[in-house]
Design a protein around this ligand. Structure first.
Ligand code: ADP
Length: 849
């Protein structure tokens, strides 16, 4: 559906689009060299009149449109230009599947890269990053713009280079981990990122919404607190359900009652269960979870004396995986098995805060409008719906609702059978791997051939191949929700890909062609054929065997072009791709994603959801209302219900779920904002030290600050001598306290500052004599080490604080305010502690030879 807003946006930019197209017509005649020169020309234009100038956007977009045409033979549509303008404005372009978002991203990427600060294009997986970077490289080779690519395989050295390129393709998780690692670097040279200037996020809803609930974490091992686990386990056995604690099924959590809290404190003989310095509560909650929510032979099994997780969807045993935050250890205690070391968070960040580091942010996806409020509130990005290039012909049929799940799945299987008989390609989306496997079994029983796809990372490349096939005649594809995202379903199949496959086989089987059949060589040969077929002047090859191969290629292409076309015509006649949803998802956005698989670029298509009243969404969020409606309709068991009132109630239930999850994300964001500001401050200080040559200044500053703080305490405490002694000891100086006690506060401060410097000079001279340059290394080492250690301990305390605040202030004052106050105190304590320890260590450093 195109809303009024998008029309007004188009009108607003109509003129600009017209000008881009006019300019494009002029550029068309440019020889390659002159086209490449555009980059230099536009860079100069930016220097004189700034990047916001409209003429510059017009010139850059037109130039890129021509580069795309030369590299791919595709001519950008006006709606794609509109998408590019939206992204350049720092907003979200909602463009349906198949509208060509990959190319759209290149428009603002080109323009912004001309500022030489680096543009990042973020994708959800390595496969897409690689695929899109390859295409971008081809296009940008016409414009002298360098493209970087970072995947899991890229080494740190290569990454550093890749970040320096004009445009860099990278996944969200690689970007995040690089950021965290950079902020743990010990040497300046180890820092690889160049800053956060402009990012274009592909599948933006998936990254900023679906993945926003779990932060990225870098962790290391810690010591095992065996006693804590064992004692908590004992306590959990004593505590009684519904008296000392209750269980919240919706969020899978345990809540202690006031009585439960007192009971724990009494048994453990402690004053405060929520004491940050003595963190019992975390262990108690984990032990209760282990007791109530994690069951042997359902959630885990014991194999070789180890707790082994069983995947809840597939039932597969996940050897080597462990639950986090001490839960695994709590279960080990319950089962009386050796307790393994816990992982400790060394650094972490949420995607929300990672992406807010960018000066300018934009994103694209097929589905974002339903989450517009969230994008606007948190990221200050508007969602602009870009109209489709051709009118969307997909029919979204009303939901069919069955009374129970079994009948629902049976009906879906039969629907697949009907479709298979007519040859209509059908895609069935499922919400979990186990459900997709269940359906697959049912289809096997009905002897319906089908492809089964799930979102395992190792299958991603294979997935896109299956998705490419999913639009062919007689093809039934079962896919879990996220599988194959980013790859189009083409009705009748993609001629190019089919021919590529055929020719690959041909090359491998041919005796005349010299290759050792390795995929890369075959691929490069196909590339040569394509170039020669396009009459590329630089690539004429006259070898006989090669020419024969080229003829085979051309013939195959002719053959499959016809075949695919007639197949597409047939499929269109019978209605196009049919998409079946098997459950409403936790947001309408994800339902729309599934629907959007069908009806691309003016194709025909249909979508329909098959639901049951036993579906999770309705069971947990639906309430009695839906149940009552069904009772009042009084319908036979296996007849589906197609009722407007029911659909409305289902919509309402789904909206309830959407806002439930939005609230969770919002809360997470608000809480994370506190630690985020602290993280920024710490990382800034760290960077200052790392880049500072003369670190003595930093240490002296820490010393003076410490003196000031301790003197404040001294004066406030009516000049208690012990504080003074403490300062003297900490600074490792010699002074007479009685003498000091007689000084005014200003004198005292000056005196101690002076002593600090003198003492530091002596230390420096001493060390300098023994080993020149050592003192600077020591300073840097102590500063970084203490900051890192302090920060890691702080992260842990903040985590505990968040948990405690949640429990402690149930029904009382605003927990967020309480959290902020306490977080501030913790932070100040950490900083003070870091300063003091650094001074203490530096003043006592010696060289033992
Ligand atoms: P999306 O990410 O929006 O689903 P893609 O970027 O994957 O879409 O592109 C889908 C298909 O459309 C690709 O095969 C691409 O080559 C093709 N395409 C993109 N832009 C154009 C265009 N202007 N004209 C013709 N085909 C296009």
């Amino acid at each position: 559906m195109i809303n009024l807003f998008s029309y007004s946006t188009i009108n607003k930019h109509k003129n600009t689009i017209k000008q881009i197209n006019n300019s494009y017509k002029n550029i068309k005649d440019y020889p390659d060299l002159l086209l490449a020169n555009q980059t230099k020309k536009i860079r100069n234009m930016i220097k004189t009149s700034g990047i916001k100038n409209k003429t510059i956007l017009i010139e850059a977009f037109a130039t890129l449109k021509e580069a795309i045409f030369r590299a791919t033979n595709l001519e950008l549509f006006d709606v794609q230009l509109l998408g590019g303008i939206t992204l350049n404005d720092g907003n979200i372009a909602e463009m349906k599947t198949g509208e060509g978002k990959t190319l759209v991203a290149l428009l603002p990427a080109y323009l912004n890269s001309l500022l030489n600060e680096g543009v990042h294009i973020i994708t959800v997986n390595d496969y897409l990053a690689e695929r899109d970077a390859t295409l971008a490289k081809r296009i940008f080779s016409y414009l002298n713009i360098e493209i970087g690519l970072i995947t899991q395989k890229t080494t740190r050295k290569e990454r550093k280079e890749a970040y320096k390129y004009n445009i860099t393709y990278i996944t969200n998780s690689e970007l995040g981990f690089d950021y965290l690692k950079d902020n743990m670097a010990i040497h300046q040279d180890d820092i690889i990122q160049q800053g956060f200037f402009y990012a274009i996020i592909d599948e933006v809803d998936s990254i900023l919404i679906d993945e926003a609930r779990t932060p990225l974490i870098i962790s290391g091992n810690t010591k095992v607190q065996t006693n804590f686990y064992q004692n908590s386990e004992e306590v959990s056995k004593i505590l009684q359900k519904n008296i000392d604690y209750s269980i919240d099924e919706k969020s899978k959590s345990i809540i202690l009652t006031a009585q439960g809290i007192s009971r724990c404190e009494a048994i453990l003989k402690i004053d405060n269960l929520y004491d940050i310095q003595n963190p019992w509560i975390k262990y108690i909650i984990n032990s209760l979870k282990a007791k109530e929510l994690f069951l042997k032979n359902r959630d885990y099994i014991i194999k070789d004396e180890q707790i082994t997780i069983v995947d809840e969807f597939t039932g597969r045993v996940m050897t080597g995986r462990r639950w986090s935050d001490g839960l695994h250890q709590a279960i080990e205690a319950k089962e009386n098995i050796k307790i393994e070391a816990e992982n400790k968070t060394l650094a972490s960040i949420t995607y929300q805060n990672l992406f807010l580091l960018y000066k300018k942010l934009s994103g694209m996806t097929g589905t974002a409008k339903t989450e517009e409020e969230e994008f606007n509130n948190i990221y200050k990005m508007k969602v602009v719906s870009i109209p489709t290039n051709q009118k969307c012909l997909r029919k979204d049929m009303p939901d069919l609702v069955y009374k129970n799940e079994y009948i629902k799945w049976k009906s879906i299987a039969h629907e697949c059978l009907d479709m298979y008989k007519t040859g209509r390609p059908t895609l069935i989306g499922t919400t979990s791997i186990s459900k997709s496997e269940l359906l697959s079994k049912m289809l096997q029983e009905l002897s319906i051939p089908h492809n089964l796809l799930n979102a395992k990372p190792e299958n991603i490349a294979q997935e896109s191949k299956i998705i490419l096939e999913a639009g062919r005649k007689n093809t039934i594809t079962i896919a879990t929700n996220m599988a194959g995202r980013g790859t189009d379903i083409i009705l009748g199949g993609s001629t190019e890909k089919i021919v590529e496959e055929e020719i690959k086989q041909y090359i491998k089987n041919s005796d005349n062609i010299k290759t050792n059949s390795n995929d890369e060589e075959v691929y490069s040969m196909i590339k040569k054929i394509k170039l020669q077929t396009k009459n590329d002047r630089n690539n004429i090859i006259k070898d006989e065997n090669f020419l024969a191969l080229q003829r085979t290629y051309t013939n195959l292409k002719e053959k499959y072009k016809k075949l695919c076309k007639s197949e597409k015509d047939y499929i269109s006649q019978i209605g196009g791709l049919y998409v079946i949803g098997t459950e409403r998802h936790e947001s309408r956005r994800i339902d729309n994603q599934l629907r959007g698989r069908s009806g691309r670029q003016g194709d025909k298509g249909t979508s329909r959801f098959f639901l049951s009243l036993q579906d999770n969404l309705f069971r947990i969020f639906g309430g009695n209302k839906i149940e009552n409606i069904v009772q009042s309709l009084n319908i036979e068991n296996d007849t589906p219900i197609e009722s407007i009132i029911l659909t409305k109630s289902l919509d309402a239930a789904q909206k309830k779920v959407e806002s439930y999850f939005y609230d969770i994300r919002k809360q997470l964001f608000e809480y994370d904002e506190v630690i985020n500001n602290q993280r920024k401050a710490i990382y800034k200080e760290r960077k200052k030290i790392l880049t500072h040559v003369f670190t003595r200044d930093c240490v002296i500053e820490y010393g003076e600050q410490t003196i000031k703080e301790m003197l404040d305490i001294y004066l406030k405490d009516k000049r208690k001598e012990q504080t003074l002694k403490k300062v003297i000891k900490l600074l490792n100086i010699k002074a007479n306290t009685t003498h000091l006690a007689e000084m005014s506060s200003l004198e005292l401060r000056h005196y101690l500052n002076e002593q600090l410097r003198i003492s530091y000079d002596l230390k420096e001279i001493y060390l300098e004599q023994l080993r020149p340059g050592l003192i600077r290394q020591l300073e840097k080492y102590y500063l970084l080490q203490q900051i890192d250690q302090g920060w890691q301990e702080h992260i842990e305390k903040m985590g505990l604080l968040k948990e405690y605040i949640g429990w402690r202030s149930y029904g009382q004052q605003d927990p967020l305010i309480e959290y902020k106050n306490e977080a501030f105190n913790l932070f100040i304590n950490m900083i003070t502690y870091i300063r003091q320890t650094v001074i203490y260590l530096v003043m006592r450093s010696r060289l033992i030879i």
